[in-house]
Design a protein around this ligand. Structure first.
Ligand code: HSE
Length: 344
């Protein structure tokens, strides 16, 4: 089966996947029989190109690197907007990586609804649509007999969603708890080394960890969306982000961090969802943890999640929570999963 991919959005994550698709082409063909072309990219800032027979990925990446834009690509149709790219291109798999909006899910929700309704598979790292409309979208995918995969919405390429859906299927997850935002965990670690809030936030943006609007990271909304996705997907909840009391790291000062250090403790932004009296509850807040807590040792952009289950007790995963290749990889895994399920 040969896939035709369209990228909706072409920021850090889309470029991360493109690099992997270019580097791993032979490996993916040899090991999984996976073959593909990218026929379209549509991004309001970087430009839009549609080329039926497939774009030259090396050239595309070189152009973005050099010009910050793909507008000088010399072939194909230019200027298609995102919805036209989904509906009118020959793509059968849509990579939805537009900037996330956790309040209304746009424009991602329109992209995903449009693609699924037209029987195109969707792989995405876009948290807003999944946190707000998971059930509707899962049902739309089922009705149209196409896939919706979203591994990278939680913990980038570290397998949080697939672990929950596949390896822990059949277990009753009573609690999910952990560090699920790379930017703030990185910032807290650097601030503990004495660097200023503004400087470390800038560095997190430069490294491609932070959201387009970094308020989402530092005010806890990104972790809030992730705990909602986990609660709904893994624990059968039906909650929305406003249901989750959320506090970020904006009020933690260098002095607070210094004081914690003196006491042998560290601040961590912790998200948790748990079952209580037959209901799922969730919250996000900074917590002080001591050296006896495993999360104390999870620093930098590394994240960790512990699933408390009926049969296995606690199962913990630790890995990157953000990053260009790391999040790009989540999409590659989603792509392979689509292929494994739908190949003839
Ligand atoms: N801004 C997010 C983070 C990116 O820092 O964790 C990955 O979801």
């Amino acid at each position: 089966m040969s896939y035709k991919l369209a990228f909706i959005g072409f920021g850090v994550v889309g470029q991360g996947l493109t690099t992997l698709l270019k580097e791993k082409r032979e490996f993916l063909k040899k090991n999984f029989g996976l073959e593909y072309v990218v026929t379209a990219i549509s991004d309001p800032v970087k430009g839009s190109i549609y080329q039926e027979e497939g774009l030259d990925l090396e050239r595309i990446l070189a152009l973005v690197e050099k010009d910050g834009s793909i507008s000088n690509y010399d072939k194909g149709a230019k200027g298609w907007d995102s919805v036209k790219t989904i509906t009118d291109s020959n793509a059968n798999l849509i990579v939805e990586v537009s900037p996330t909006d956790i309040e209304n899910g746009e424009p991602g929700i329109t992209h995903i609804r449009t693609a699924l309704s037209r029987k195109k598979h969707v792989i995405t790292t876009n948290k807003g649509p999944l946190a707000l409309f998971y059930r509707e979208l899962a049902e739309l995918a089922r009705k149209n007999n196409v896939a919706l995969r979203f591994e990278g919405t939680v913990l980038s390429g570290t397998p949080a969603i697939n672990l929950s859906l596949d390896a822990l299927a059949g277990a009753d997850v009573q609690e999910v708890k952990g560090i699920m935002n790379g930017t703030t965990n990185y910032m807290l670690a650097k601030m503990a080394e004495g660097q200023s809030y503004d400087a470390v936030l800038k560095e997190a943006q430069r490294l491609g960890y932070a959201e387009t609007k970094p308020d989402a990271d530092v005010k806890g909304w990104d972790a809030q969306a992730k705990i909602v996705i986990l609660a709904n997907v893994v624990m059968g909840a039906d909650m929305k982000p406003p249901d989750v009391p959320t506090q970020g790291i904006t009020e933690i000062t260098l002095e607070d961090i210094e004081q914690a250090k003196k006491e042998g403790k560290r601040y961590k932004l912790i998200g948790r969802a748990w079952k209580e009296s037959g209901k799922v509850k969730a919250k996000v807040s900074p917590e002080l943890v001591g050296t006896d807590d495993f999360l104390y040792h999870v620093t930098g952009v590394t994240n960790a999640l512990t699933f408390s289950t009926d049969v296995l007790g606690k199962v913990t995963i630790v890995g990157p929570g953000a990053g260009k290749k790391e999040t790009g990889f989540s999409l590659l895994v989603d792509f392979l999963n689509v292929h494994n399920v739908f190949k003839q």
